[in-house]
Write a new protein. Structure first.
Length: 576
């Protein structure tokens, strides 16, 4: 049984508080040079340049302010403007430049590949109050002044991985650097580093590559270990950006990056740990997805090359819960090593392997640190994090809706209500392949003429209450980065309308909670919470008591009234 407790003494006073952000007017000057576009951009023929960005002053990614040039001056391709921003200091502003050819505002040529936000190419700065003069930009970072390129030296120490047996350069394993720059393969392969087998540290690999972006450009990269499989660094912390990439600022004089360890793991003593993995398949059995007589539960992870059939799990037929499947894996690795994994099942009538998409990780991998103990038993988890009480008890129609106003995809596609289409994808069985565009998942304009799109989906009894999903503009996976999904709960049966989503704002709801109690003038206590099927309210009058009275009638509700008695009364929510 899981519970969230809120202590409420009735009657009670009401405390109000507020906070306000300090705001200031900021004058920001923008300047962009389009000399490199002279072959296709002609300012004397009334081709124009526009700013578009994340704030209303920049059109909220719609039609934004125009920049102007001095056609008779020495730099006719230099366009400038100064704008006043009313938002609070430190507000982050994303923006791009757009070429509008003469006579056709629909043929917008967005700048690309120039920013410091991975996956979007948007430029970024923070409001600082007063006057700000942004550095000179080049449209799409193309400058006739750009030199042939700047040499950048990358260095990676693989000693820890060699000691752990994960990397064997003596038998052909290699390490690469991959990044967003074309000089680094545009996140492709074959940007290999080399070592000196006779050096004092033969495990130090390095390479020098020419990167041609403008000086000051933020370069993003990672190291990749190529053995029998390909292993990308999995990084977090202050030295990496939110996407987990390393980064540095390019300098035309050249850059030599200091040596780092793969995954930032320094050589250290190796640990031998037996780890127990366990998964409860009760919900899958009840749904009919997993048949114990035919199917095999399995474990896949970074420690075995994500081989989905390499580590089968078994259950104990004499246990109180025969639906728990387990296995023990021996690890010989560093105590700080981050091990990633997922549960799977296969066999029977399944044409392939069924991979879980845990809600606790947003659909991504589960992970743990190895530690130093000889044994480690990971907590039992539910496949997909779905418990039996997380299943619908009746067929339910669910309405999904999304506001597309000023929406821009991660591929810089701007929503156009006249021509764009909106699609829904998610864990409603399995994700459909993006751009295949099955007709039943296209959303419709509702109400007609608005920029809100909706779709009704039937969830049969036994479906999960938790729903992981994502929208796509024109059928592409362009709402947010990979594994950045909406996660919401079906909170009533029969028919339920999900709250209105905003394209690009990935909402992750709590399963239940937000318990509050408010005393009203008529002597009633309004108790409200984030409810859903399987969650009930409990009360007791003495906090030290072990006995709670359960109100079964509150299952699936989100509020109720109590008569204030002048005595203490305590509330909590339970899921079971």
């Amino acid at each position: 049984m899981r519970s969230i407790t809120k202590h409420i003494a009735v009657p009670a006073g009401l405390l109000l508080c507020s906070a306000a952000a300090a705001c200031a007017s900021t004058l920001v000057s923008f300047q962009v040079d389009l000399t490199a576009q002279a072959a296709t951009f002609n300012p004397t023929n009334s081709d124009r340049v526009q700013l578009r960005g994340s704030l209303s002053e920049l059109g909220s990614w719609g039609v934004g302010p125009w920049l102007t040039n001095n056609a008779a001056g020495s730099s006719p391709y230099l366009f400038t403007t100064t704008l006043s921003f009313a938002e609070a200091n430190a507000t982050q502003v994303q923006y791009k430049y757009v070429i509008i050819p003469y006579g056709d505002t629909n043929l917008a040529d967005w700048s690309h590949g120039e920013g410091n936000i991975p996956g979007s190419g948007n430029r970024l700065f923070q409001l600082a109050g007063g006057a700000q003069n942004l550095p000179l930009d080049y449209f799409s970072n193309q400058s006739t002044l750009t030199p042939p390129g700047a040499p950048v030296t990358f260095q990676i120490d693989m000693t820890a991985q060699v000691n752990a047996g994960n990397f064997k350069w003596t038998t052909g394993d290699s390490v690469e650097v991959r990044g967003a720059s074309g000089g680094l393969g545009s996140w492709g392969s074959n940007v290999a580093l080399t070592n000196d087998a006779t050096a004092s540290n033969p495990n130090l690999f390095s390479g020098t590559f020419i990167l041609s972006e403008v000086s000051g450009y933020t370069e993003f990269y990672k190291f990749v270990m190529v053995t029998t499989s390909t292993t990308w660094e999995g990084l977090s912390g202050l030295d990496v950006e939110p996407g987990g990439n390393r980064f540095f600022s390019l300098d035309y004089s050249g850059v030599t990056l200091a040596p780092v360890y793969f995954n930032d793991i320094a050589p250290a003593p190796l640990e031998d740990v037996d780890v127990t993995f366990s998964v409860d398949m009760s919900a899958q059995i009840l749904q009919g997805g997993f048949d114990p007589s035919q199917d095999t539960a399995g474990l896949a992870g970074s420690f075995q090359g994500w081989n989905s059939t390499g580590n089968p799990l078994t259950n104990n037929p004499y246990a109180s819960n025969t639906n728990i499947y387990s296995t023990v894996i021996h690890f010989h690795d560093f105590s700080t090593a981050l091990e990633s994994y997922k549960f799977v099942y296969y066999g029977g009538t399944h044409s392939g392997t069924v991979w879980e998409s845990p809600t606790s990780t947003g659909g991504g991998n589960r992970s743990f640190n190895l530690g130093t103990n000889a044994t480690l038993a990971l907590p039992v988890v539910f496949f997909n994090d779905v418990d039996v009480v997380d299943l619908l008890k009746a067929d339910t129609w669910v309405t999904f809706s999304v506001n597309m106003t000023n929406a821009v995809g991660t591929d810089s596609t701007a929503f156009d209500p006249a021509t764009s289409t909106v699609w829904l994808n998610g864990v409603f069985g399995t994700w459909w392949s993006w751009s295949s565009n099955p007709a039943q998942w296209q959303m419709t304009n509702n109400p007609a003429g608005s920029e809100v799109y909706s779709l009704d989906v039937l969830f049969p009894a036994g479906s999960s209450l938790v729903v992981t999903y994502k929208y796509g503009l024109n059928g592409s996976d362009n709402e947010a980065a990979q594994n950045k999904n909406h996660i919401r709960y079906i909170r009533s049966v029969g028919h339920y309308a999900m709250p209105l989503d905003t394209f690009g704002a990935q909402t992750v709801e709590s399963s239940f909670g937000n318990l509050t109690a408010t005393l009203s003038p008529d002597g009633k206590v309004l108790v409200s919470w984030l409810g859903r099927p399987g969650v009930r309210l409990q009360t007791q009058s003495y906090l030290g008591s072990v006995d709670w009275f359960e109100h079964a009638e509150t299952d699936g509700l989100s509020s109720t009234n109590w008569t204030a008695s002048g005595k203490d009364l305590y509330f909590r929510l339970v899921k079971h």
